[in-house]
Design a protein around this ligand. Structure first.
Ligand code: HEC
Ligand code: HEC
Ligand code: HEC
Ligand code: HEC
Length: 156
């Protein structure tokens, strides 16, 4: 018996370790985990109840039909409202206006797509901003592009 002491200790340690694991696991794992697979089923309901951030195409037209019509008739017809302004969810909640939508009047917005870059396809319209403004005889300023182009219909 004297010599079996260390074996009993080892077995006891293993049993205690197993107990801690089983009890700990029970408390650490969320309730709906494993219900339908190796994930937390409650998370499905949580994600689907989040309000959508982006609108479907045409979501802005429901309230801004004039802007939508101008846009669709011009060169920017393929550019989404949300790219230039912001996501629908930052402006409309429960089908109602709740916060201002950003209006970015800086040439930095246009530069995102039209600044001349060697990596852009050649046929895509692009300009060296400062040269283009000078060629037009205008003074460079933050909102200079809008002096000659309207963002919703840039070449009328
Ligand atoms: C290419 C970028 C671009 C796109 C695409 C675009 N906008 Fe704009 N929008 C602007 C800019 C820039 C202004 C400010 C124009 C100015 O003052 O000269 C503006 C102005 C506006 C304004 C007026 C705000 C004010 O106080 O002057 C509204 C409303 C608006 N946009 C809604 C829309 C809607 C709706 C769409 C889609 C149907 C859209 N925009 C698509 C860039 C864009
Ligand atoms: C449920 C209606 C509704 C929808 C949908 C909607 N708006 Fe608006 N929006 C408004 C109202 C109301 C105003 C404030 C009054 C005004 O200026 O006409 C406004 C104002 C704006 C303005 C001017 C700046 C401001 O916030 O006052 C911009 C830009 C704008 N909206 C862009 C958009 C874009 C882009 C979308 C789509 C992603 C959109 N809106 C979708 C109702 C809406
Ligand atoms: C998200 C990208 C994007 C932004 C931002 C953007 N544009 Fe455009 N722009 C386009 C696309 C796409 C076209 C159509 C190109 C085509 O027809 O091949 C276009 C066309 C144009 C054209 C017509 C070029 C031509 O000769 O046909 C002009 C001018 C123009 N944009 C000016 C502007 C100005 C000014 C701004 C800033 C207010 C702006 N764009 C912001 C994507 C953008
Ligand atoms: C003084 C007036 C004026 C100003 C300011 C101006 N543009 Fe233009 N832009 C024009 C005219 C006119 C054309 C069409 C003739 C041409 O291709 O030069 C044009 C054409 C363009 C084109 C099409 C070029 C192509 O190769 O098809 C783009 C892109 C453009 N502008 C972007 C901008 C941006 C971005 C700004 C702001 C930094 C801006 N423009 C400021 C007058 C102007």
């Amino acid at each position: 018996m004297e010599h079996a002491k260390h074996i009993i200790r080892a077995v006891l340690l293993i049993v205690i370790g197993l107990l801690v694991f089983v009890v700990g696991r029970h408390f650490a794992i969320p309730e709906s985990f494993g219900m339908y697979g190796s994930y937390r089923f409650d998370s499905v309901a949580e994600f689907t109840s989040d309000a959508p951030v982006h609108g479907a195409p045409g979501a802005c037209a429901a309230c801004h039909d004039e802007e939508a019509e101008t846009l669709s008739g011009g060169k920017h017809s393929t550019v989404s409202c949300e790219v230039c302004h912001g996501p629908l969810g930052a402006h409309v909640r429960d089908n109602d206006w709740f916060a201002e939508m950003p209006v970015r009047r800086s040439h930095a917005l246009c530069a995102l797509c039209h600044e001349r870059l060697a990596a852009r396809p050649k046929e895509f319209p692009q300009v060296v901003l400062s040269d283009h403004v000078a060629d037009g005889g205008a003074e460079m300023s933050e909102s200079v592009c809008s002096e000659c182009h309207h963002a919703h219909n840039p070449i009328e």
